[in-house]
Design a protein around this ligand. Structure first.
Ligand SMILES: [Zn+2]
Length: 331
């Protein structure tokens, strides 16, 4: 089949033999196969009907409730392997003919019911580098869990509610799973919709009570609520703080940044991420052992430079960046 050719068009285009693949394009691409790595909104679109769509079943289900119909999807193509990327339910990396691996968004460690990104050896690696700078060292998941449980226990002793906030698809399900032993447990209605799909796909999330942004429906005593990122100045949060003394906590890899907590206007920020930290990105590169690395999203130039110092041929795929702001969307 020879070597794959990689170019930027509507998304990353891989030509391999007679076939063309578009990887997470933002608009329909005139190719044989369109790969949708996962159901975050910076990775999904309604594809061209001419292109066959490679995506997991969970990604198709999650895309639909987010307003995107991927149409008929397939998981098996000759010469192509899908690898669990561990980022959210259904997220996949793709390996095309042992030539090219594209990670999509990838996690570097197991947490809750999620795995870490699987790898294979390939000649070319296209890797997301959201946290591709050395300061991003995430603490052990167990350490974060312990700190959060202590924080909740302290709040409960003082009769306060705790709001655990994270990206509504992905992070909120990890939070719903990890902290489900606290009662009463509520989830914001936007999180509840996603939790239901996770349950349909076999993830054992405990039943919880879904609530809208209505303080009257919530108890007077302490409770935990899993919610999307909400503005701390929103009417709902202000009323929760005033009437229930609510303690606000956000969960994101960006919590490593000094200043993130105060920028978000919350009491606590915990570095619990669905991406690889810097060391985990290096480990993936090492495992794939590629001749050429392309970096996408985030610290593309910095990480490529570091890889070149380590002896890899590496370059950023600039122009393929999320058009959404990092803090808002890089979960
Ligand atoms: Zn994502």
């Amino acid at each position: 089949m020879g070597r794959a050719r990689i170019s930027l068009g509507s998304g990353i285009i891989v030509e391999y033999g007679a076939l063309k693949f578009a990887l997470d394009p933002k608009v329909p691409a005139p190719v044989d196969y369109t790969f949708v790595s996962h159901a975050h909104l910076d990775h999904v679109h309604t594809p061209s009907i001419k292109s066959k769509v490679i995506a997991s079943r969970a990604t198709k289900k999650l895309a639909i409730i987010r307003g995107y119909d991927l149409g008929e999807t397939i998981e098996h193509v000759d010469g192509v392997k899908l690898l669990d990327s561990g980022h959210i339910l259904g997220s996949r990396a793709i390996c095309i003919g042992d030539e090219v691996i594209y990670t999509g968004d990838a996690a570097g460690r197991e947490r809750a019911f999620l795995a870490k990104c699987k790898t294979r050896r390939a000649r070319t690696l296209i890797i997301e580098t959201t946290f591709g700078s050395p300061e991003y060292v995430f603490p052990e998941v167990q350490t974060v869990i312990k700190e959060v449980n202590e924080m909740i226990a302290r709040a409960f002793e003082r009769g306060k509610a705790v709001v655990l906030m994270g990206y509504p698809l992905g992070k909120a399900q990890v939070l719903s799973y990890l902290f489900s032993m606290w009662a009463p447990l509520y989830v914001h209605e936007r999180v509840a919709r996603m939790n239901d799909i996770y349950r349909e796909c076999g993830v054992k999330l405990r039943a919880e009570k879904a609530v809208s942004e209505n303080v009257e429906g919530l108890p007077r005593g302490p409770f935990v609520m899993v919610a999307p990122m909400m503005n701390s100045n929103s009417d709902f949060i202000r009323r929760l703080k005033k009437s229930r003394g609510a303690v606000l906590a956000v969960f994101s890899g960006w919590a490593v940044d000094r200043g993130y907590r105060s920028m978000m206007g919350v009491d606590f920020a915990f570095p619990l991420s669905d991406h690889c930290d810097h060391g985990e990105l290096l480990r993936i590169v090492n495992e794939v052992s590629p001749e050429l690395v392309y970096t996408t999203h985030g610290f593309t130039e910095e990480f490529a430079q570091e890889l070149r110092r380590l002896g890899y041929d590496a370059k950023p795929l600039n122009g393929y960046q999320s058009d959404l702001t990092q803090y808002a969307e890089a979960d």
